[in-house]
Design a protein around this ligand. Sequence first.
Ligand code: TRP
Length: 449
Amino acid sequence: MSGRENFAGAVGAVMAMAGSAIGLGNIWRFPYMAGQNGGAAFIIIYLLCVVFLSLPIMLSETIIGRSSHSNAFGAMEKIAPGTGWKWMGLLTVISPLIILSFYSVVGGWSIGFAVKSLYPGFDNSVSSVFGEFSSSAWKPLICHTIFLLVTAVVVKAGIRNGIEKFNKYSLPLLFVLIVLIAVYSLSLPGSEEGVKYLVKPDFSQVTSKTVAYAMGQSFFSLSLGVGTILTYSSYIKKDTDILKASASTAAFDMLFALIAGFAVMPAVFAAGIEPGAGPGLIFETLPFIFVKMSAISPVLSHIVAVLFFLSIVIAALTSSISMYEVGTAYLVEEKHMSRNKAVAVIFAFTWILGILCSLSLGPLSGLKIAGLCVFDFCDVLTSNYLMTFGALLYVVFVGWKMKRQTVWEDFTNGGRQDINVKVFKPLYFLIRYVAPIVVILIFLSNLTL
Ligand code: TRP
């Protein structure tokens, strides 16, 4: 194992994990969810879900990764040799590849729109631009290819020189961009309504559904259950405080979601548009807003549009890189491939599946799996089933399969981290009992959707 790379330090590790967590989920899902489900009331519930559910799950993944210093498959085999657990590990090597395939298509759209918004023609008939773009055959495929290639180049460069470096520069840039857009958005006349929509506490909106939504969102937003946090954690040094690292990751993710909310919602309300979620919000509604603004200052609207799509591209890249690394680490360590070859194999798989996802929104829309087009099938399969199932595997593995002593050693760095020694007991309780039950409930509620 002496040849295995690691992150240079705790800062690099947190940047990489936060890069994985911060993504489209923060920009298109969080603002809408908060607005729809009671504003500040939702945000408080969300915070509680992060602390009592998602953080224990995240720490479970971190402990498996860091204590084994192995990929998602090898970690299970190392900790529980000769058992079926490694096949469970293999499942979490495959799920991020499926997510990556359609994520890369969306990342491609963002590249396409960033380029499109450079042109004056962007202002015309915008409402139909997205549909035309995403359903046409060639343009999205070229953009998907570019997006995946950039991801591959970063992963190929390795842990320190590729992944850590890319996140270290792009994450601060991303924060600056989103703050600039938020400032601009808040300066638009009529933007106050958007702020109110986002934060006004309305506890009458809070039901058991709200709690389920908040859990699901915290799960998705922190990239849990698909081996990414596990794989990144396997590059964390032995003396890093993993509680601090995980809590900082969750805090950055939350902060970014809030700022993104202030970038998106005020503009939506200033333009007098009904807020919605999903790709529609960022690729249909927002371009429309930028057009409206162009009546005031065409140059400014172009600049804001380009910066906005650029920030989406960066946010998506830092997430896609983390998904790409899961499979790469597996092939290098288990199949003894060179890093270059592993990167090429992952590229081939996700490129082809991504092409199918992209075409399924246009020319191949007739091809259905379980009644869904390929794109939606991959999305539903991973977000509703594989992610929750993976999270369940991890908490059960740490809570019931791993030796308590091993978990304690890793969590407290051999008893050297005072605070961690104190919170170990309640945390272990959450991992062993609370998290599995809650995750099963979420899983069952997804089945009935
Ligand atoms: N957390 C990412 C976001 O907020 C999305 C995501 C879900 C993800 N699962 C993942 C990213 C797995 C990386 C790996 O957009």
